[in-house]
Design a protein around this ligand. Structure first.
Ligand SMILES: [Zn+2]
Length: 592
């Protein structure tokens, strides 16, 4: 902060650029005006809670900036002298802020109890917390509202944020920072990814992981059902290293997707070693989130240990009825890994349904190599596909594919919102398991689409949610309003945590829920000066009504913004005001 107090002589707030003065809207040039300001200062309602707090900033004795272009006339100078004199006599100080959020319940992100306090901002940063006296260009009255650090969503697919720069679904549920590049899929040129973010101006801050699947595709082309050669591995290492040098937060993997699914553990270890040298982390969508979850966890831990890298388990869940209730085993494995010295954390979304491509319903061995249609045309191979899919249903104890809902199927959007059984009935006149599988194969042969899968259990979700190392993250991309029937988490995840799990079900204290969405992700992903309300931190903030905050998006009508947000600020700029996007795009590229 270079502009501190450079402007005290006018009582006006500084612009965000150091050394340049800006006339505040309420600027006064008369003695009467200044006296009115003094009156306001002295007799405005003082916020309760921390009366022992000293005013945040004493006025400097003289302007510190050589570029001070203030043209104070003698009357104004005299008025200021009176003003400072009176203020000092009464033990208050004058200070200038771009904005003060006054009298809210400050939940600072640490998990500590909420305190009533003011939060003052200048130049995009928080400059005072407590009982703040002084003038601001703007005041947001927050009595009765929660003031928290902006939410950090560490598991997103917001890689297209430069195309949809308002990121409205995110900011309107309080998200001020997204981490893109998850599940193995990202831009492989991190430098140009960040350049584009900066050239576009986007509403949220953006960090990114480099996706192992994308790196593998780029290096190995379409032939990836094999280990990489030594030469290919070198090229992958070089790509990952460049990504880390360009500011990626770490490496992500998506080990159920192509080509990640065919990656040997040893290859992942080699790339993790590169990331570890930069203090990055390894975030993984594991090979299995159901029956074989313990094996999948063990692989992630091995990559962490042998790669010398911190591990983030992405969207932790127990998928499929057959695996429900095994949270104790999973939590014991995580605890054991931590006891052994591995730094491992996890994230989850606050819904019991997942979302991904409908292609996931078809085993990957039938899809890989771009030869799905060829195989489908061969009766022997088609019979093998149907048998494998029936086997999956049987081992998952699901009965049929009713748990899978078509979110968006571009060739025939009339199917959007129907589950596979309903769609089979519509398209084929019957919904037997055979008809459902035939329908899935037909969808896949025509290009596929996206789906929502109701595969989780509420008790499991809760058991994971209360762990101190669990963060909440949406797993969502930037939404185009009204397009398709996507998973509602992209519009509601953080609001749902606050509404359902803090207020309505009292599963979490507000302070703990906020910590899981702010300082824990900031510390884990090494996002400097974010995730906490304290002096010097970037002013990413949310102001919301704890009684009214609500997710509105549902599985059938997902395009509904969350409500209850008085304001959302990114780098000090108001991006959401009273549940409406202001159009501001103050987000930054967050290089590690
Ligand atoms: Zn994933």
């Amino acid at each position: 902060m270079g502009a501190d107090a450079a402007d005290s002589s006018t009582g006006n707030g500084p612009d965000v650029s150091p050394g340049r003065l800006k006339r505040a809207a309420h600027s006064e040039t008369s003695v009467a005006g200044v006296v009115a300001q003094i009156f306001n200062l002295l007799f405005r309602p003082l916020v309760a809670g921390k009366p022992e707090n000293q005013p945040a900033r004493l006025p400097e004795s003289k302007p510190s900036s050589a570029e001070n272009r203030c043209t104070a006339n003698s009357l104004r100078a005299l008025a200021f002298a009176v003003f400072v004199g009176v203020a000092m006599a009464f033990g208050v100080a004058a200070a200038d802020f771009d904005l003060v959020i006054r009298g809210g319940w400050v939940v600072d992100g640490t998990g500590n109890p909420a305190q009533v306090a003011d939060v003052a901002l200048r130049g995009g940063r928080i400059v005072a917390v407590g009982r703040v006296m002084g003038e601001a260009d703007r005041i947001i009255e927050a009595a009765g509202l929660v003031v928290a650090p902006g939410f950090i969503d560490v598991h997103t697919h917001a890689d297209e944020v430069a195309d949809l720069p308002l990121a409205e679904n995110f900011v309107r549920m309080g998200v001020t920072t997204v981490v893109a590049g998850n599940c193995g899929s990202s831009a492989t040129d991190v430098a140009s990814f960040f350049r584009r973010i900066e050239a576009t101006n986007v509403a949220v801050n953006v960090a990114v992981l480099i996706g192992q699947g994308s790196v593998r595709s780029q290096v190995m082309g379409g032939s990836f059902r094999r280990p990489a050669t030594a030469e290919e591995l070198d090229r992958m290492r070089a790509l990952v290293e460049q990504g880390m040098r360009d500011g990626a937060a770490g490496l992500s993997s998506g080990l159920i997707y192509l080509p990640g699914a065919f990656t040997p553990t040893e290859e992942l270890v080699e790339l993790a070693k590169v990331v570890g040298r930069f203090d990055g982390l390894y975030a993984t969508h594991m090979r299995d989130e159901g029956r074989d979850i313990l094996t999948a966890l063990r692989e992630a831990f091995r990559i962490g240990r042998e790669g010398g890298v911190r591990v983030e388990i992405s969207h932790l869940k127990l998928s499929g009825n057959a695996s429900w209730g095994r949270t104790n085993e999973v939590l014991a494995a995580l605890a054991e890994a931590r006891r052994s010295g591995l730094d491992v954390t996890q994230d989850q979304y606050a819904y019991t349904a997942s979302s991904t491509g409908l292609s996931q319903l078809v085993p990957e061995e039938f899809r890989e190599g771009g030869k799905f249609r060829e195989r489908l045309a061969d009766p022997v191979q088609k019979a093998a596909m149907m048998a494998a899919m029936k086997e999956r249903i049987a081992t998952g104890k699901r009965g049929d594919y009713r748990y899978a809902v078509i979110a968006d199927y571009p060739p025939d959007r009339a199917l959007n919102g129907l589950n596979i059984a309903e769609a089979a009935l519509r398209r084929r006149g019957a919904d037997t398991l055979d008809d459902q599988i035939e329908l899935i194969l037909e969808l896949q042969s025509r290009g596929g689409g996206s789906g929502v899968f109701h595969g989780m259990n509420e008790d499991d979700l809760r058991a994971f949610a209360v762990q101190s190392n669990t963060m909440f993250a949406s797993d969502s991309g930037v939404r185009e309003f009204g397009k398709g029937v996507p998973h509602p988490r992209g519009y509601g995840n953080n609001a749902r945590v606050l509404a359902r799990y803090v207020r309505d079900h009292r599963l979490l204290r507000m302070e703990d829920a906020v910590r899981k969405m702010t300082s824990l992700p900031a510390a884990t992903f090494r996002l400097k000066d974010r995730g906490l309300i304290r002096e010097g931190a970037w002013a990413d903030l949310v102001v919301f009504d704890p009684e009214k905050v609500q997710d509105r998006a549902t599985f059938t009508e997902p395009h509904q913004y969350a409500t209850g947000f008085r304001a959302v600020l990114v780098n000090g700029a108001v991006v959401v005001e009273n549940d409406v996007h202001t159009g501001a795009r103050p987000g930054r590229a967050l290089r590690r």
